[in-house]
Design a protein around this ligand. Structure first.
Ligand code: ZN
Length: 501
């Protein structure tokens, strides 16, 4: 009796509990789905109200095994940026670089937002590019140059180096290189000071107390460095050693001066040293005075006014319709190659305005463009807004790129297109190549939609037009076929910019 009673009561409790649990679960699911809906709703509202700032992120392989190049670009009217940085197969290294990039970008965008709030309409600029230097120990040094302008007068340049052994994933500190030996550190300190005081460019700007402080024999003072088989180079910030006018300070110590102080992995066998040809690094300083000859006068006079199409159109009323296709910001191993194929299909010749930094990374692709018979144009080394740069920087951006193009392809760049189409008198005075802009912008960088590549081409192209596209977006390569079909059906022939009559 007792037992059945208990049994009955417990099954009653079971039922009540089950109902309660089911009810609770159902209402919890309901509430959860509600809150999710709300979140989704606010998210999509946010998406709709925020002004779209297209940031284009590309990942490509570098020709260093295991190293990829990430490119982030934004053509935002107020705060554009162009950022390039390396990533590897190793988490710690990747995190280090990503954090640096994230902060650099955030600082810039915050500053630009503040300016905007204070009513400034000035366009800023953030450019981060890098070069890769290798050392016989298997270590790579990645040297990032971060150049930023948040107003017409405030421009800063910073150099940051990161080192990696791509096989082990280990970083490399200056102490590792110098056996962690305090005596070697003392010698290093005095060698760097000597290099600084012997640099004629720094003669008037070094601040002795600052130099003393930042080159004291402390390992941390020397951790912004790059190592090649020729030298160990140290980087200091703009205002660290000088009043900042000269920009970041670079002190290179020749390998022969430190070889005996280095850990075994880093020592070079002395008899090898003289036989080693200087590596690619020395190109950076050595190419300025080379044999780049100015373009023929003919090219210059016909294309200098490349955007003045009224005259051109009149001249060309003879019946031939011409259009110049131009591709900027490459070369790119995938997109450029696909574009070459499509152009070949239509027997079309085009002009490629290349970035020197990318020609350096993809020499074979640049060479393929040249071999396919297209025209090579100069689009600067790393895409700065030249109207914000000094004369020397402009020259350097143009000359270095022309040299790279010629060295890699054996052919000279015949035209120059300033990034963003930004030109002023200084830029004009520094370019010995005809400056070529455009009159039809496909806006391919913005919509990144192969179906939209034709829209502006249809509505704006006329005889003598110069059409702007970018050979770094897959959508451009995919949409090109229909652009060529259309233009061909309209009776246009495709010519290089220097052939436009
Ligand atoms: Zn460009």
């Amino acid at each position: 009796m007792k037992r059945t009673h208990q049994k009955r009561r417990s099954s009653w409790i079971d039922v009540t509990f089950s109902i309660a649990i089911i009810a609770l679960t159902v209402s919890a699911i309901y509430l959860f789905s509600l809150s999710n809906k709300n979140e989704a709703a606010t998210l999509s509202e946010k998406k709709q109200t925020a002004t779209p700032t297209p940031v284009v992120i590309d990942t490509i392989d570098s020709h260093y095994p295991g190293i990829k190049i990430i490119t982030e670009t934004s053509n935002d009217v107020h705060s554009p940026f162009a950022i390039q940085y390396p990533q590897s197969l190793h988490r710690a290294f990747n995190d280090d670089i990503s954090l640096y990039i994230k902060n650099a970008k955030q600082n810039y965008l915050t500053k630009m937002d503040e300016n905007k709030k204070h009513g400034s309409k000035l366009k800023g600029e953030l450019n981060i590019s890098f070069k890769t230097l290798s050392h016989h120990s298997g270590n790579y040094s990645f040297v990032l140059v971060n150049s930023r302008a948040t107003s017409n007068t405030i421009r800063t340049t910073e150099i940051r180096s990161f080192r990696l052994n791509p096989e082990t994933g280990e970083g490399l500190s200056i102490a590792d290189v110098f056996e962690r030996n305090p005596k070697h550190l003392e010698t290093l300190s005095s060698l760097v000071r000597e290099a600084l005081y012997n640099d004629p460019k720094l003669a008037d700007s070094l601040l002795p107390e600052e130099v003393q402080l930042h080159t004291e024999p402390i390992w941390e003072n020397f951790n912004n460095f790059a190592i090649t088989d020729e030298s160990i180079t140290f980087y200091f910030d703009e205002y660290e050693l000088t009043d900042g006018v000269a920009g970041p300070v670079i002190a290179a110590i020749p390998y022969s001066n430190v070889n005996s102080l280095l850990s075994d992995n880093f020592k070079l066998a002395v008899e090898d040293k003289d036989e080693n040809p200087p590596n690619a690094d020395s190109d950076n300083n050595g190419t300025e005075g080379n044999s780049t000859t100015p373009p023929s006068k003919e090219t210059e006079s016909t294309t200098d006014q490349g955007v003045d199409n009224n005259e051109l159109t009149e001249e060309l009323d003879s019946g031939i319709k011409q259009v110049a296709l131009t591709f900027d910001d490459g070369p790119d191993p995938k997109v450029t190659m696909q574009i070459l194929e499509t152009l070949n299909k239509y027997d079309a010749k085009a002009t490629f305005f290349m970035l020197g930094s990318r020609v350096e990374y993809y020499p074979e692709i640049a060479k393929s463009v040249q071999e396919a018979g297209h025209e090579l144009g100069n689009h600067t080394w790393n895409h700065p807004d030249l109207t914000k740069a000094g004369m020397e920087k402009i020259r350097n951006e143009i000359d270095k790129t022309s040299s790279m193009i010629e060295n890699v392809t054996g052919q000279q760049a015949t035209a120059f297109r300033p990034p963003y189409g930004a030109v002023n008198e200084t830029v004009r005075s520094q370019s010995n190549l005809p400056i070529i802009l455009w009159d039809v912008d496909t806006l391919d960088w913005k919509h990144r939609d192969s179906n939209k590549l034709l829209t502006n081409v249809k509505s704006m192209t006329k005889n003598g037009s110069i059409i702007l596209m970018h050979d770094i977006h897959q959508s451009t390569a995919d949409g090109l076929d229909s652009v060529l079909t259309y233009l061909q059906s309209e009776g246009y022939t495709f010519v290089k910019v220097s052939e436009l009559q």
